[in-house]
Design a binder for this molecule. Structure first.
Ligand SMILES: Cc1cc2nc3c(=O)[nH]c(=O)nc-3n(C[C@H](O)[C@H](O)[C@H](O)COP(=O)(O)OP(=O)(O)OC[C@H]3O[C@@H](n4cnc5c(N)ncnc54)[C@H](O)[C@@H]3O)c2cc1C
Length: 441
């Protein structure tokens, strides 16, 4: 296998890594690599922080392992290699009447990455996390091929879903997709005038898909205003695709607060006061940010952080205080969303909990880092948790305190990978495998 020394980063472009990367195309090649020198895997590095990085060590890029192994059109069960992307599944199967039951906000996420972070979508309050629809996962773990399901190798299954790649390299998975009447979404958008109204509207929403964009620059009585988007799958005729845009250089527009303020005002007003209904192509509804290629360059060369927390349903007041702090700081970028979450989570380190999740991007600056630290402490105090797919700053003790099953997870990871060969920068930074009986040191 050809190893190529490469400098690479994840989506936030803050943490960087340098090391040898292999890009196997077949399971047999992957098995050979892992036999010689086990190393952590990554997908499309759409995680923001340091979870897909292994600075100074080897790593395996899984994106060439992208074959559809089997599909049953009667049940919607599909078996795929780990490098298949969620956009691939939508594109290939929506015309046949099936879509992945859960997709995150980017179609570039691979099946391996979606499992390893147990990702959630705009339908979490109704359909739970990605892992709730995984029927089986096959790993290369401890030199063997192992299949885990919710019934067989149960503990390994629960340690793998949301387990940030520490129980083995995910080779393939069997997924239950959900039926769709057509490849489109009927979407209704309306303005929401304040933070309290946002929470009330999400609470009252009966839509399968619901998400609120927040104008994080709005202060005072309009603090937390935004646009609520509610949607259902439909067989309505498809509109023409809109054109993709790209960001040619790292121009840093989103790091400029004047630009962010003007952008937010325009974005808020794009939906008329009376609201509007439309039909959107599935990709445009699910993956709106993918239309702007390399949009992470909008934060400039210094990169950016995303703060994402979830707090229990009775802690919306604490979340409101966080929102107020963000609004007063003027540091938040136009990318801020609020979602209601249901209880569905599939693994020991899965992020979701019943409540509300807030995600806000911040340019990588000292003031923003300080603000994020304060928001992390407020999340902990509210009994909430931070999302490992987005984290690049939190202290290990904070994260451990938020994930009550982390020691069970660490024990299972140590069983699967006793030498600690699969550890990544994130796992080392947070010391996630440094405690727990038998965990790799
Ligand atoms: C614009 C945007 C919107 C997003 N919206 C959402 C959202 O709505 N909801 C949500 O939950 N997330 C969201 N995310 C985060 C994203 O869905 C997750 O970070 C996802 O895990 C990325 O998948 P990936 O294939 O790029 O994985 P990577 O980022 O490459 O890797 C993620 C983790 O998985 C591990 N891993 C990857 N492949 C394998 C494998 N084959 N075997 C073992 N371990 C593996 C890596 O080691 C790492 O720990 C968003 C990200 C972006 C950029």
């Amino acid at each position: 296998m050809l190893w190529k020394t490469t400098e690479y980063a994840a989506w936030g472009n803050v943490h960087k890594a340098k090391g040898e990367i292999a890009r196997p195309e077949r399971a047999a090649t992957l098995a050979k690599i892992l036999e010689e020198a086990p190393a952590p895997a990554f997908g499309n590095r759409r995680s923001y922080g340091d979870s897909p990085l292994n600075d100074g060590g080897r790593a395996i890029d899984m994106t060439r392992m992208d074959k559809i192994i089997a599909f049953d059109p009667a049940t919607g069960i599909v078996e795929v290699e780990a490098g298949v992307t969620l956009a691939d599944l939508v594109r290939l199967f929506a015309p046949k009447g099936w879509i992945p039951a859960v997709v995150p906000g980017t179609g570039f996420a691979t099946i391996g990455g979606a499992i390893a972070n147990d990702v959630h979508g705009k339908n979490h309050h109704v359909e739970g996390s990605f892992g709730a629809h995984v029927l089986a996962v096959t790993l290369m773990s401890g030199g063997k091929r192992v299949t885990a399901t919710p019934e067989r190798n149960k503990t390994l299954f629960r340690a793998t879903l949301g387990g940030i790649g520490q129980t083995g390299v995910i080779l393939s998975a069997r997924l239950q997709m959900k039926p769709t009447p057509g490849p489109a979404m009927r979407v209704s958008e309306r303005r929401i005038m304040s933070w309290e109204d946002q929470i009330e509207a999400l609470e009252a929403s009966t839509a399968t898909y619901a998400v609120s964009w927040i104008d994080v620059q709005a202060k005072g009585a309009t603090m937390g205003r935004g646009i609520l988007e509610e949607a259902e799958l439909t067989d309505a005729p498809l509109p023409a695709p809109s054109k993709a845009k790209s960001v040619p250089v790292a121009i840093g527009l989103f790091s400029n607060s004047l630009f962010a303020r003007a952008f937010n005002e325009g974005y808020f007003r794009r939906v008329p006061e009376a609201g509007r209904n439309s039909v959107k192509r599935l990709e445009e509804f699910f993956f709106p940010l993918d239309k702007v290629h390399a949009m992470n360059k909008l934060y400039g060369k210094g990169g950016f952080h995303q703060f994402q927390c979830v707090v229990p349903s009775d802690q919306t007041e604490a979340l409101g205080r966080m929102m107020g702090k963000i609004a007063r700081s003027g540091l938040g970028s136009p990318l801020a969303v609020l979602k209601r979450m249901g209880p569905g989570r599939a693994g020991m380190l899965s992020f979701p909990m019943e409540g509300y999740t807030l995600a806000v991007d911040f340019p990588n600056r000292a003031r923003a880092v300080k603000l994020i630290e304060e928001l992390e402490a407020m999340t902990a105090e509210a009994g909430g948790r931070l999302y490992l797919a987005k984290d690049s700053l939190a202290p290990g003790e904070t994260i451990k305190g938020m994930y009550p099953e982390w020691q069970d997870w660490a024990r299972e990871a140590a069983k699967a990978d006793p030498g600690g060969d699969l550890m990544t920068n994130m796992v080392r930074r947070l010391g996630l495998r440094q405690s727990g009986e038998g965990a790799a040191q």
